[in-house]
Every structure is written in structure tokens, then in C-alpha cells.
Design a protein around this ligand. Structure first.
Ligand SMILES: Nc1nc2c([nH]c(=O)n2[C@H]2C[C@H](O)[C@@H](COP(=O)(O)OP(=O)(O)OP(=O)(O)O)O2)c(=O)[nH]1
Ligand SMILES: [Mg+2]
Length: 133
């Protein structure tokens, strides 16, 4: 079987030492874990375009732009993901879970209380290193 890599646009949305998290529904891959909002990049889209679309669809935010931060590939037993992680610090709107999912602004100092998808550890480490205080 050819290993397929799923390209995912991930938004680390920061405001006042807080980051926006959303709870993945139980039935989804890595369900029951808190994620950085985002989703699969579709054919013909740039990562930035995919991210803007996903953030509007999932959490009702309008983003003015995003800054590529880093990429991370991770092999789950069932699929391999390429997380293309962008920072978002310029946005409008009030975050709400448009798909019925809980969303929460979480202080960076409290991130250790949340369970994330297995791939996410490097994102958390880098967040604390670069933005924590
Ligand atoms: N959004 C997001 N996805 C993550 C994170 N960490 C992580 O391993 N993933 C994985 C879980 C999924 O396998 C994949 C994202 O796919 P998804 O199913 O949420 O994609 P989507 O929003 O386009 O949803 P759908 O239209 O396919 O239902 O990336 C994260 O922090 N945020
Ligand atoms: Mg998604």
C-alpha cells in the first residue's frame, strides 16, 4: 500500500497569552482530544487559504492572514499527517464552535492540563518556549 500523507492546515491562534483550542468529537480520528482548529488542505488550495476557510467553518473567525511557523509529520497507526502549522494573531470575530464542539481560550500556563492528539507535543513545546513567560 502506498503511504498517503494527509496535509493538514493547523492554526495556533494567539491572544493575550491565550490560545484557542477545540475539542475533537469522539467519533473522529484522535477524538476526545483538544486540537488547534484547522483541517485538510483541499486540491488547489494553499495552506493559508485552507486555514482561513477552516477557521471560518469551524470557529467562525475571520483571519487577516497567518504566518507559517513550522511543519511536522507524524505517523499514526492508521494514517500519516503532515501538520502545516501557522500562527494567527490578527483576526476578527468571537470564537464559537460552529460544529457543536466546545471551544476554549486557554492560558499558555494551563496547556499541560489538556490532552492533545499524539502528534502535537512539538507544537506545545515550541509554544511554551517561544510565547510562554
Ligand atoms: N485540526 C487539527 N488536526 C490535527 C491536530 N493534531 C493532529 O494530529 N491532527 C490530525 C487529526 C486528523 O487526522 C487531521 C485533521 O483532520 P480533520 O478530520 O480534522 O480535517 P477536517 O477539519 O478537514 O475535517 P473533515 O472535513 O475531513 O471532516 O489532523 C491539531 O492540532 N489540529
Ligand atoms: Mg478540522
Amino acid at each position: 500500500m502506498t503511504p498517503k500523507v494527509v496535509h493538514v492546515a493547523v492554526g495556533v491562534i494567539l491572544k493575550d497569552q491565550q490560545v484557542l483550542l477545540a475539542l475533537r468529537p469522539d467519533k473522529l480520528h484522535q477524538g476526545g482530544r483538544w486540537e488547534f482548529p484547522g483541517g485538510k488542505v483541499e486540491a488547489g488550495e494553499t495552506t493559508a487559504q485552507a486555514l482561513a476557510r477552516e477557521l471560518k467553518e469551524e470557529v467562525d473567525l475571520d483571519i487577516a492572514g497567518s504566518t507559517p511557523w513550522f511543519e511536522l509529520q507524524y505517523a499514526y497507526p492508521e494514517k500519516t499527517v503532515l501538520l502545516d502549522i501557522h500562527l494567527v494573531q490578527d483576526f476578527a470575530g468571537k470564537a464559537k464552535g460552529l460544529e457543536g464542539q466546545p471551544v476554549r481560550w486557554v492560558p499558555l500556563s494551563e496547556l499541560n492540563q489538556y490532552q492533545f492528539p499524539d502528534a502535537n507535543q512539538p507544537i506545545l513545546d515550541k509554544l511554551i518556549n517561544e510565547f510562554g513567560r
